[in-house]
Design a protein around this ligand. Sequence first.
Ligand code: PEP
Length: 267
Amino acid sequence: MPDAPRTTAGRRPLISGNWKMNLNHFEATALLDKLRYLVSKDDLAAVEVSVHPPFTDVRTVQTFLESEKVDIALGAQNCHWEDSGAFTGEVSPGFLAKLNVRYVIVGHSERRELFGDTDEWVSAKLKAVLKHAMVPILCVGETLDEREAGSTGAKVTGQVRAGLDGVSAEQVGAMVIAYEPIWAIGTGRTATTEDAQSVCASIRATVADVAGADAAAGVRIQYGGSVKASNAAELMAQPDVDGALVGGASLDAESFAKIVQFPLGGA
Ligand code: PEP
C-alpha cells in the first residue's frame, strides 16, 4: 500500500463528485449502494470523499449515508445567501445545514455562466455557507478565450480575491477552492498537470497574500475538469493539487471509485 497522500497541512485530499442535474433519488441510492462496496475503509481513511446530489436527492442521500454508516460527506451544489424569505425556487443554506450537509459548492462556472452568479453573489453565498458552519468549495477558472489571451492569472486571482473578501484567515484555511478551467469541464480536455499545478500554486500564493501563510497551507485546492481514473493520480501528485472536483466521472460508481483510489495508481 503506498503512503497515504497528504495536503500541505497534513489533511486528506478531498475528492468531490458533482452530480449536477443528474440522478433522481432512486438512482442516487443505487449509485451509492454500489460505491460503498467499491471503496474500502482504507480508501476513505486516505482520501476524503463528498457527493453533491441535486437538491431533491439531498434528504435521501443523507438518510442513506447516515443509516448505512458510509463515511462519505454530503454536499450541495449551490445555495442562496439568505436564511429564508421571498426567494422563489431558491434553497436556504440553513436548510442544508439541517440535513447535515458539510460541503457546498459556490460559484461553479455553470452557475456563473448560465445563471448569472456574479462575484458579489458568490461572496455572499460563501459567507452564508460559513455562517451555517458548512465548508464552501469556491470554484474559479478561466474560459478558453481568456486562457488564449493570457489572462488566466488575472481572472483566477480576481475570483479568489472577490470570493475571500471579508472571510477570516481561520475560515479561509479550513475551506476548499476548486480550480476548474471552463474549457476543460465536460469536454474531455484536461489541463496539463503542469498547467493545473501552476494555476493551483498561484491560487495558494493569492491566498497567502490575502489571508496569510497558515491559511494558504490549510486551504485545500482541488482541480476540476474532465478528471478520470486515468489522469487522477498524476494530477493529485502535484504539490498544490489537494483533491479533485469531478463531474461526469462521478456519475458512474466504478469510475468514481477508481478516482477515489488514485493513491493505488488509477486505471
Ligand atoms: C464539474 O462539474 O465541476 C466538472 C469538473 O465536470 P467534468 O468532470 O465532467 O469535467
